[in-house]
Design a protein around this ligand. Structure first.
Ligand SMILES: [Zn+2]
Length: 264
């Protein structure tokens, strides 16, 4: 499944059209309730009716007693005006931030991890400021297997390279970070990543973050999609011009145009 963490509206739409997508039913019910409110404009009573109907249609052997709690919670969330969809379309990376990481005298794989953390901290900042409506400037990374695996995926370092035993320890040795407890760390170096005027690129694909660093460093086989999306891609051969999504759109358009030409 595509990562919808930073585009909850698209995720909600998918749930509405195709039913539950994961086992995280409470989360998905919350998004569905917000979708009823913000997209379809349903009033509270109608939201309640629709959400029960949806559950009956989409949960085998649905029993009200069993889902009463998460449904009520989702409806309560939708009644709270402060609750909104999280939608992050882009993250700006400044030349000074990138140059700081890029110019460090360390292995390239470590730079990819540092860059992934920088993007993650920027995402956290947007989410927190959106949710709590006050400025957020933390360099704290909570840790946990899932969060570290996510960073590893964003950075795309070799599978056999241990992010905790190798990368994190090395970065602490270099005094770039501080290890706290239970995998939590302070990303001290982020304070050296100063924002300037000069945006070097805008990240829209939060999963393949390291490609942006590769593109900046002119790594072979990495280029910007020729379509309108501006996403950085790893090409399979020299002829490839577009990312999968743009290629698909262009193919569909070509088919439509061909048909039109035939009928004229
Ligand atoms: Zn594209």
């Amino acid at each position: 499944m595509k990562n919808y963490k930073y585009n909850e509206l698209a995720y909600a739409e998918l749930i509405y059209n195709k039913g539950f997508q994961t086992k995280h039913v409470p989360t998905e019910l919350r998004l569905l309730a917000l979708y009823y409110r913000d997209v379809l404009g349903y009033k509270p009573k109608e939201r309640e009716e629709k959400i029960y109907k949806f559950c009956k249609n989409n949960i085998p052997n649905f029993k009200k007693e069993k889902f009463f709690k998460p449904i009520n919670k989702a409806l309560r969330v939708a009644s709270d005006k402060k609750q909104k969809f999280i939608i992050i379309k882009k993250i700006d990376i400044f030349k000074t931030e990138l140059d700081y990481i890029n110019n460090l005298d360390i292995q390239y794989e470590y730079k990819k991890v540092m860059f992934a953390f920088l993007v993650q901290i920027k995402l956290n900042k947007i989410v927190c400021e959106y949710k709590y409506d006050k400025e957020y400037n933390s360099i704290y990374f909570k840790g946990g297997t899932k969060k570290y695996n996510n960073i590893k995926k964003m950075a795309n370092i070799p599978v056999k390279m241990s992010i905790n035993d190798e990368v994190i320890n090395k970065l602490e040795e270099l005094k770039l970070i501080t290890i706290l407890f239970k995998g939590a760390i302070l990303l001290d170096y982020i304070n050296n990543c100063i924002q300037s005027e000069d945006i070097v690129f805008t990240i829209t694909d939060f999963e393949n973050v390291r490609l942006y660093l590769d593109y900046y460093n002119k790594v072979k086989g990495v280029k910007k999609c020729d379509g309108s999306c501006g996403v950085i891609i790893k090409i399979k051969n020299n002829k490839q011009k577009y990312c999968n999504e743009c290629a698909e759109k262009i193919n569909i358009q070509k088919t439509i145009d061909n048909r039109k030409n035939k009928t004229v």
